[in-house]
Design a protein around this ligand. Structure first.
Ligand code: ASP
Length: 453
């Protein structure tokens, strides 16, 4: 490597470094503000300024999700070669997503049964009013609603399963029309490129967004909330880490023979985005960019597996439900036999398919699970105080699962560029990502003038 090359790669690494520094700084500032508790700062700096920048950042990510999924998936369907491959990618990823969620919750329940959090917990002084159970969706409903009655509504609501279904049908029809679809596909490819450029722009703003989100969260979340439920938190975080670093990495290494270390290194940005925003749906643009440009997965696979995973795959969320169930079983001193736990596992897997990856949805899912096995729903109030932070960690696990399955499916389909995967610098955002081609700019301006004239 020449000196300039080394210099360039230093520069390329700088976005991740900046984001990590922003996260650390946000944490320190947030904890400090929480300890100081100055009303004027809480109102104008934390709620006001940090809240505003954080919301802007999350909105900027969300605004990309539907168009990016739509255009990339049309290109993906057109680019996959033969339509039967699409069925294979769909089948494989569905099976793997269900499998990893299943493993996650079984691991969580076993670990929680061993550690036994919640034993001897004193229930007094906790306001458990105002918690009610959400209606569990039936499997039939979940499947029936995959077909959107009104695609515009599906796009407007960001209903990802419906959007995916509709776009795949459009893509298949476009392929069937053959030659006639040439300019349509070219336009979608262009729009896809355009969206990816905007992803780069949003990612460049990440250090500021991440700083504000983290600072706000920690300024608002007193660490004192952790005391009473420390056993729950320790068990949950341990299960999340074991799943992330052992189970998922073992699946990756065994099925693909690719390096988990390289994978984790490249996933750091995605995990931080997921951690600070607590939404795997909102993180789709960053996950998709990383999976395709940094991990080398062909867009024809990733355009499907990434949004599909963000919607149906929630390993971290399932883990939370397993640990929370055992915790509440211990708190209330009730028995939940093998059948009860089997119901919890089934419900958690189904709920994770039927609900979108947005902040706090795991708690809603937990009310469904508890209701199903007859545990007091009010118990949720006990763990609610620490849920924001737990949500952040489990969302990072959720998106990692999405990326692992994308790589595994791509490897099985021979749709991964292993050289890109193994190149530490591949796809890293650098200054070149923002360069404007002045010659092209001039030409475009001439064309525009012609039109206006
Ligand atoms: N926030 C999580 C996600 O978006 C879902 C949850 O566990 O609440 O993946």
């Amino acid at each position: 490597m020449t000196q300039t090359e080394a210099g360039e790669s230093d520069k390329r690494l700088s976005l991740t470094a900046k984001i990590m520094i922003a996260m650390g700084a946000g944490l320190i500032v947030g904890v400090a503000l929480n300890m100081l508790q100055i009303p004027i700062l809480n109102e104008h700096l934390v709620e006001g300024f940090f809240g505003m920048i954080g919301t802007m950042f999350v909105n900027a990510l969300k605004m990309l999700v539907v168009p990016l999924v739509a255009f990339s998936l049309i290109c993906g369907v057109a680019g996959i070669g033969d339509i039967s491959a699409l069925g294979r990618v769909g089948g494989r990823s569905l099976a793997l997503y269900i499998f990893t969620t299943f493993v996650a919750i079984v691991l969580a329940i076993c670990l929680a049964l061993i550690i036994g959090p919640g034993q001897g917990f004193v229930l007094e002084g906790i306001d458990t009013s105002g918690v009610s159970a959400a209606e569990a969706p039936s499997a039939w409903e979940v499947f029936a609603n995959i077909i959107p009655g009104n695609p515009i509504a599906a796009f407007a609501n960001g209903d990802m399963l419906q959007v995916i279904f509709y776009v795949i049908i459009v893509g298949i029809a476009a392929v069937m029309l053959g030659e006639q679809s040439k300019s349509f596909i070219a336009a979608c490819e262009y729009m896809n490129e355009l969206m990816m450029k905007i992803v780069n722009i949003v990612m460049a703003a990440a250090p500021y967004g991440v700083f504000c989100l983290i600072a706000k969260t920690f300024a608002e979340q007193g660490l004192h909330l952790f005391g009473p439920v420390l056993g729950y938190v320790i068990t949950l975080v341990s299960a999340l880490f074991i799943h992330l670093f052992v189970v998922l990495m073992a699946i990756l290494a065994i099925t693909t023979r690719l390096s988990p270390r390289m994978f984790l290194q490249k996933m750091r940005n995605v995990q931080i985005f997921a951690f600070s925003t607590a939404t795997s749906s909102g993180t789709i643009p960053v996950t998709y960019r990383t999976v395709t440009e940094r991990l080398g997965v062909d867009p024809s696979v990733a355009s499907f597996t990434v949004p599909f995973g963000a919607t149906i795959n929630m390993d971290g969320t399932a883990i939370m439900q397993g640990v929370a169930t055992v915790f509440l079983v211990n708190v209330y001193g009730v028995e939940l036999g093998l059948g009860g736990y089997a119901t919890v596992i089934g419900m958690a897997v189904l709920a994770s398919i039927g609900t979108a990856g947005v902040p706090g949805v795991g708690m809603v899912m937990l009310t469904m699970v508890l209701g199903q096995v007859g545990l007091p729903i009010e118990g949720i109030a006990i763990v609610l105080g620490v849920d924001r932070l737990m949500d952040m960690i489990r969302t990072a696990v959720n998106v990692t699962g999405d990326a692992v399955v994308s790589v595994v499916v791509a490897k099985a389909e021979d749709k991964i560029d292993v050289d890109v995967f193994n190149d530490p610098d591949a796809g890293a955002i650098d200054d070149e990502s923002f360069e404007i081609d002045h010659e092209a700019e001039q030409k475009l301006s001439e064309i525009a003038h012609k039109h206006v004239g």
